[in-house]
Design a protein around this ligand. Structure first.
Ligand code: MG
Length: 394
């Protein structure tokens, strides 16, 4: 029985992780479960695992006595205690920049991290992966595309190492990593139609069931932009070797191409339980089956992304090339703009306009934690300055 911590246990990754645990009885025991502010859902999950410590990362008044740790500091303390009690693996399913500190705390404490929080790598991958090497800790990608690439690189590189960059360096004559994108619900809309879409339209994703922020990111292709940056840092890949292809069925999760033209792909249903199971059992395979695709019932389509309609994707390439604090600024500006869009305070196309304007500022500087948080804070306040400009002009 392996003990594990699940951060963001009430979110979509957390729920899938708990499902994987149920489907593999006798293999895993959750010893720490955390949520942001969802007290009721957390208590419900806690009943199923009475020995697990419960933590709420958000500010909650009058939390019931069943909650052992409260607030940001409380969560970080819980992670540390978890490692002291012998827990070896943390699943980080926290959404957004809030997931970075818990990832670093887990790595610092010497625990492997099954990482669904892409912001950890986007904002501070340099720091997180350096710490992981120092502590001999594995960072196992859970993001479905990166999980697929990791599996493919390991399969074709003779499993040179347990880390993503080692897997990459073990592969000779790799031409490119091709990340697939569903294209989201607005793939076929015109720019005029895009200007009028509502949060409700953006939240109706055709193939994946996820939280609100990532679903909007999927509609704007910022999610794929973040994933390009994630792949560049995680696999230590040059940005021009990371490509994106739109694949509306979300069955091919990613592809690697060799210089002789041969391509290898990973196919499965769009179900996060599969990459989570791979991460939990890494480097082995879990026993549960999450149903494979029936090839004869499928038509698989691929097309180039429309960079004009979805400028957050080409912007992400600029950011991935510029490195420094640009990725942190891109992420923070996008997070704030998406939250304004969800509150119907700006239009859908304003998200990209705002992020682009924020990136016009100077974000050069070494990636160290203080600088990352400063960039994060500055980029967010920049969004609010720009938002009032938008309003003044409309
Ligand atoms: Mg993904």
């Amino acid at each position: 029985m392996k003990t594990i911590a699940i951060l963001g246990a009430t979110g979509s990754i957390g729920k899938s992780a708990l499902d994987v645990i149920r489907e593999n009885p006798g293999c895993f025991e959750p010893v720490l479960l955390s949520a942001h502010t969802g007290v009721e859902s957390l208590l419900r999950i806690g009943k199923e695992y009475p020995n697990a410590c419960l933590a709420l990362a958000g500010a909650v008044e009058n939390a019931p006595k069943e909650i052992h740790h409260i607030g940001r500091e409380g969560l970080l303390r819980a992670i540390e205690e978890c490692a002291q009690s012998g827990c070896a693996l943390v699943v980080n399913g926290v959404a957004g920049a809030a997931g970075l500190e818990p990832s670093l705390a887990a790595i610092d404490a010497g625990m492997d991290v099954a990482l669904a929080n892409k912001e950890t790598i986007v904002m501070a991958g340099e720091v997180a992966l350096r710490k992981a090497r120092e502590k001999n800790v594995r960072v196992i990608p859970v993001d479905s595309e990166h999980s697929a690439v990791f599996q493919l690189l390991r399969a074709h590189g003779g499993a040179a190492g347990d880390s993503a960059d080692a897997a990459m360096s073990g592969v000779e004559k790799l031409d490119s990593i091709i990340l697939t994108a569903s294209g989201g619900p607005f793939r076929a809309l015109s720019s005029e139609q895009l200007a009028r879409v509502t949060p409700k339209d953006a939240l109706a994703h055709p193939t994946w069931k996820m939280g609100a922020k990532i679903t909007v990111d999927s509609a704007s292709m910022a999610n794929k932009g973040l994933e390009v940056i994630e792949a560049v840092k995680l696999f230590a890949a040059p940005p021009d070797k990371v490509k994106v292809v739109v694949h509306p069925q979300s069955v091919v999760h990613s592809i690697i191409r060799f210089s002789d033209g041969g391509m290898y792909a990973q196919l499965s249903k769009p179900d996060m339980r599969r990459p989570i199971q791979d991460a939990l059992f890494f480097p082995n395979k879990g026993a549960a089956s999450f149903d494979s695709v029936d090839l004869t019932s499928l038509t698989l389509e691929f097309e180039a992304p429309d960079e004009k309609k979805f400028p957050l994707l080409p912007l992400a390439y600029q950011v991935a090339k510029a490195r420094d604090l640009y990725p942190a600024a891109y992420n923070a500006a996008n997070e704030e703009a998406v939250s304004l869009f969800l509150k119907e305070r700006i239009g859908f196309l304003d998200i990209a306009r705002i992020v682009e304007a924020v990136l016009q500022r100077d974000w050069t500087g070494a990636v160290a934690m203080d600088a990352v948080w400063e960039a994060d804070r500055k980029a967010r306040s920049c969004v609010y300055e720009l938002k009032s400009l938008l309003h003044a002009s409309s």
